[in-house]
Design a protein around this ligand. Structure first.
Ligand code: URA
Length: 229
């Protein structure tokens, strides 16, 4: 019992370190996984981050190094939802820090967004699938409640889903990304713009035009809603 209690305290302290380590300036609200005070009823982003860091709900927990709760501000203009950690993220525990992340930052810059100022970046799957394989359906199902709880607390103005898996989960559809990205969807009243995953675009430059038109749509939506920052 004493061991269990100290394990639990360690998990909470680790989550706090992760959270506090992510704080930056501007809105006083940049964090890895959460902003203190962002809570609803008994749920909070700190609690979700602590649960993610200690999660053993699927087999990915056996091979991952660092689970990723996500990074960004509360009530962002855009919440970007990717697939899952790649090797750089698994190694560092930080969201979108590898090549895909650098490329994503260019997308944000192109439409006047900044990751730690008015965005949140998260994932469908919080732990890296080995060999970068696709996530399995049971892994997506096990992980999905974390993201859905985060969405309630983060309250983004617009959601951009990156790639097939994130788009299918959030749009509640089994259509492919080519079809899903042709229209704006809704998630609990929030507009959802599906687009290609940055890693896919790095592999296939022909997708760049499609992504650019999706990003322009995001900017138009933000302008219509009156949210620039
Ligand atoms: N790709 C993703 O989908 N998510 C990350 O966090 C990093 C790369």
């Amino acid at each position: 019992m004493k061991d269990q209690l100290s394990d639990f305290i360690e998990i909470i302290n680790n989550a706090k370190d992760v959270i506090n380590g992510g704080w930056k300036t501007e809105h006083e609200s940049v964090t890895i996984g959460c902003r203190p005070g962002a809570s609803s009823g008994t749920d909070s982003l700190e609690l979700i981050a602590a649960e993610i860091l200690s999660c053993v709900k699927c087999n990915l927990s056996k091979t991952r190094h660092h689970p990723l709760p996500g990074t960004g501000v509360i009530n962002p203009v855009v919440m970007f939802i990717g697939e899952g950690p790649e090797p750089d993220e698994d190694k560092t525990g930080e969201s979108f820090v590898g090549r895909a992340g650098e490329y994503l930052d260019k997308w944000l810059d192109a439409i006047g967004l900044e990751r730690n100022k008015n965005c949140f970046v998260g994932n469908i799957i919080k732990c890296r699938p080995p060999e970068n394989r696709d996530p399995h359906p049971d892994e997506i199902t096990a992980c999905q409640p974390f993201l859905l709880r985060q969405l309630v607390l983060i309250k983004p103005t617009i959601i951009v889903t990156l790639g097939r898996f994130a788009s299918q989960v959030i749009c509640g559809s089994d259509e492919g990304i080519e079809k899903l990205r042709r229209r704006v969807h809704q998630y609990e009243g929030i507009p959802v713009v599906p687009t290609y995953h940055p890693s896919s675009v790095l592999r296939n430059k022909e997708l760049r035009g499609a992504v650019w038109s999706d990003l322009k749509r995001v900017k138009e939506l933000a302008d219509e809603i009156g949210r620039r920052n």
